[in-house]
Ligand binder design. Structure first.
Ligand code: FAD
Ligand code: DLZ
Ligand code: SF4
Length: 513
């Protein structure tokens, strides 16, 4: 009996379901660097380098644990360039009786895996990915018959299920959610320790050379590459975060500071999503720090909510809504994403910071993604498919199951409010409150009109006015619409004129219907 076990690039976990209960003597693990995965969007070169190096290290780890691993490098002669073609080659070579694989993280690859049963003359078993807190059926059951799907209520279920931050049947401290304490603007002087950076070893150096040579038309650069590429190093970054950043993670979760891309964030998403770190173990370590008095409750709860709340919730939405989710466009937004998303060359200091950091590090924190680059794309009426493609390309943590609901649903309101109860649209005032950006910008955040007016301001009102038929009944927008209605007609006209002439300078199609 021979079992072929393809292990995909985001399945680098010791406790992977496809390995569960398999006799090592009968197993042939297959890992493959394939052109199709590296180019279906033009991923940031740091993401490709991180993943290839992490895959190569994981193959070594599996071998040390007694597994037989066939590892196909990108430049190996005969590499056919796709998962299915490489599995076909392995089937010829190994002649397995069975293929066992853990389910994929996106619809595109899921379809490939599902085609193998017809294509190959052996049994194919696709196993559930047990590295998440909720399996698909659990989310389905929770979502069935609900009028609206809201993260907060799902999160409470996950708290009960895991027992994290529970005091018997009650939430620790008496409240489920301490978000109201987590909206502080950045402190004037205090700056956190930098995240850890790891010196590339021989494996990583080889990968960096390969990626530089093969993907020079992709976004980003490889200078000072310092990602963790092993579980051990990822665990060091986890410990570093818990010690140095978790205590203030809650307070400054939404803050943005010039030249500080990381602040008090964890910088753990690439490791969680590729499988080097386990989400539940991480949450338990965070809870332990809280119980030991090393982090306040608002920080521990806020962090755990991101993982067992948001991360699980967006995954549930992605799989529940089906493969057409990514092509939804509730606001009928059609504009091309401006070129400066790929260069960072813009006078808007907030955008230059968020995009520049992204291009340099394949990272931006949540509020930069949501309230700067996402907000701007929403306000100008950018085509949500193009916006999703950008987010999928530029971030080291981007896989469609997590990127698409965050971008299409949370950020672009493309699903019409399925994931978020209102669009995350704001004028420059929000950015000004949560950052030091506006003081360093050539635009005036207080101005709505004129050559030096902050573009976010007129765009915000124009967005509301333009989309009134679709958004006018949203209770959470009642106040902004009241404020708009309070402006006299002349002011409304000139604000919209300001927005229209700004949008004209962007070109690239119309904002929305
Ligand atoms: P922290 O801020 O320190 O948060 C801790 C962890 O919580 C993260 O590592 C992540 O695993 C989890 N988390 C937090 N928020 C979310 C969320 N909304 N959805 C899912 N998990 C969350 N996250 C991705 O992992 N991959 C993506 O492709 C991705 N695309 C995004 C696109 C947009 C438009 C937006 C608004 C958010 C996106 N996010 C994505 C969510 C979030 O921005 C990142 O998870 C976070 O910035 C990662 O950095 P960190 O590890 O320092 O996170
Ligand atoms: C993102 C990515 C890239 C860039 N390259 C590979 C690869 O060469 N081999 C591989 O196994 N996985 C890669 N991945 C991750 C896959 O795209 C990911 O496993 C699928 O999207 C399924 O979730
Ligand atoms: Fe961004 Fe406007 Fe502030 Fe400039 S003034 S940093 S464009 S919000």
């Amino acid at each position: 009996m021979t079992v072929l076990i393809p292990v995909l690039g985001d399945q680098l976990s010791d406790n992977l379901s496809s390995l569960d209960g398999i006799d090592k003597a009968e197993a042939r693990i297959l890992m493959m660097e394939v052109g199709e995965e590296a180019t279906y969007v033009r991923h940031h070169v740091r993401k490709i380098a991180f993943l290839f190096s992490a895959m190569r290290h994981h193959a070594e780890r599996l071998r040390e644990a007694g597994w037989t691993v066939d590892y196909v490098k990108l430049d190996d002669p005969g590499n056919e360039g796709s998962f299915s073609a490489e599995v076909a080659r392995a089937v010829e070579r190994v002649k397995p009786d069975r293929i066992v694989v853990t389910e994929a993280g996106e619809w595109r690859v899921r379809a490939m895996l599902e085609s193998w049963a017809d294509r190959f003359d052996c049994e194919v078993e696709i196993r559930a990915d047990t590295r998440f807190v909720a399996i698909h059926a659990e989310f389905e059951e929770w979502a069935a018959d609900r009028k609206a799907l809201r993260m907060e209520f799902f999160y409470r279920e996950m708290r009960r299920k895991t027992g994290l931050l529970m005091d018997g049947a009650k939430p620790e401290g008496g409240q489920w959610n301490y978000d109201a304490e987590n909206r502080k603007p950045p402190p004037a002087k205090e700056r956190p320790a930098a995240p850890l950076s790891f010196e590339p070893d021989k494996i990583t150096k080889d990968v960096l050379k390969l990626v530089k040579a093969r993907f020079d038309n992709h976004v980003g650069g490889l200078d000072d590459f310092g990602f963790a590429v092993t579980r051990e190093d990822a665990l060091k970054q986890q410990a570093h975060f818990i010690k140095h950043h978790l205590p203030q993670f809650g307070d400054y979760q939404d803050a943005m500071v010039t030249g500080e891309p990381y602040l008090w964030h964890a910088i753990l998403s690439p490791y969680l999503n590729a499988g080097l770190l386990d989400p539940l173990d991480l949450c338990r370590a965070v809870e332990k720090a809280y119980r030991a008095g090393k982090a306040p409750l608002n920080a521990a709860e806020g962090f755990i909510r991101q993982i067992i709340g948001w991360r699980e919730f967006v995954r549930g939405i992605y799989w529940r809504e089906g493969p057409d989710y990514t092509s939804r466009n509730f606001l009928n937004a059609k504009r091309d994403l401006p070129d400066f998303y790929w260069t960072g060359e813009t006078d808007m200091h907030c955008m230059a910071e968020a995009i520049g950091g992204t291009l340099d590090h394949a990272y931006a924190h949540h509020i930069q993604r949501l309230m700067v680059t996402g907000n701007y794309a929403l306000l100008i009426g950018a085509d949500p498919e193009q916006v999703q493609r950008w987010y999928l390309e530029v971030y080291a943590d981007a896989y469609e199951w997590v990127e698409a609901p965050n971008t299409l649903g949370m950020s672009q309101f493309g699903d019409g409010g399925l994931l978020a109860s209102k669009p995350y649209a704001s004028s420059g005032a929000y950015i000004n409150r949560m950052s030091d950006y506006c003081g360093k910008c050539r635009y005036d955040v207080k101005k709505r009109e004129g050559e030096d007016a902050c573009p976010f301001n007129a765009l915000y009102w124009d967005f509301l006015a333009r989309n009134r038929t679709k958004l006018g009944n949203n209770q959470r927008l009642a106040m902004p619409y009241r404020n708009w209605d309070r402006m006299d007609e002349k002011t409304q006209k000139s604000v919209r004129k300001q927005a229209t002439s700004y949008l004209r300078t962007l070109g690239g199609g119309r904002a929305s219907s």
